[in-house]
Design a binder for this molecule. Structure first.
Ligand code: ADP
Ligand code: MG
Length: 228
């Protein structure tokens, strides 16, 4: 498997008590598998993604990304693992206003120290694969919300990750555009053999998903099959 979370507990300090955001959570995601986690606001979905992304170290339990146990890795090693193997698509596309669509992607290769010429070619291919060929030179304000979300997703794939983590990608979109984004994520997951986890509070958007978990009060349970 590309992503394995095993018996993870995560707490946050909360005054003089602690809040349990993840309560003995386990999940595995195989290459090419599109997994959704549904649950209400505050149930722990973003915390789960942060743990899977190695951005937060849990109190206990293990996280394995691309075959490596993250527990005990030094911060620099964890950052490298994240950069090379994890694509993160945050809820709000934070696309710098001054960068063109193409540069939103090539900057990722720059950060990773990859050669610029190949990065530009890869960025063009990725924009085409999210149906955005032709917008390479547009800036965020010249694009629709759905187009910005596609760029956000393409940017997450720039360093060819094995694991793709997507937080509420449809929350700012209408139903139809939201559905298209979820279908796109499904297609990219299959074509690129990604282990994808999408969290959402939107139960209506699960048509393209292989597996559904639900989250409530930090506890994760497997749903029998897609309800949508
Ligand atoms: P969701 O993404 O499902 O809305 P979160 O993972 O953001 O849920 O939050 C789960 C719980 O943890 C909530 O009660 C939230 O208030 C709390 N929480 C999230 N992040 C922090 C933090 N950095 N510090 C303290 N509490 C947090
Ligand atoms: Mg959240």
């Amino acid at each position: 498997m590309n992503l394995a979370i095993d018996d993870v507990v995560l707490t946050y300090p909360d005054g003089d008590r602690t809040l349990t955001a993840l309560d003995h959570v386990s999940m595995t995601v195989e290459p090419g598998e599109f997994t959704a986690v549904v649950g209400p606001s505050g149930s722990g979905k973003s915390s789960l993604l942060a743990v899977a992304a190695t951005l937060i170290t849990p109190d206990s339990g293990t996280v394995t990304v691309a075959g490596r146990d993250v527990t005990g890795l030094r911060p620099a090693e964890r950052a490298r693992l994240r950069r090379d193997h994890v694509g993160i698509v945050f809820q709000q596309p934070n696309l710098p206003a001054s960068l063109t669509a193409l540069d939103q992607l090539t900057v990722m290769a720059h950060i990773a120290g990859r050669p610029p010429r190949r990065a530009a070619a890869r960025a063009r291919d990725l924009l085409a694969s999210v149906d955005l060929a032709g917008v390479e030179h547009k800036r965020p304000h010249q694009l629709s919300g759905g187009e910005r979300q596609r760029i956000n997703i393409a940017r997450g794939l720039m360093n060819a990750p094995q694991v793709l983590l997507v937080d509420e990608p449809t929350s700012a979109l209408d139903h139809h555009r939201g559905e298209q984004i979820v279908e796109l994520l499904g297609r990219l997951t299959r074509e690129r053999r990604l282990a994808t986890v999408m969290v959402t509070h939107d139960l209506a958007q699960l048509g393209a998903v292989d597996r559904v978990y639900s989250m409530a009060d930090g506890r994760l349970s497997r749903e029998s099959r897609v309800a949508a």
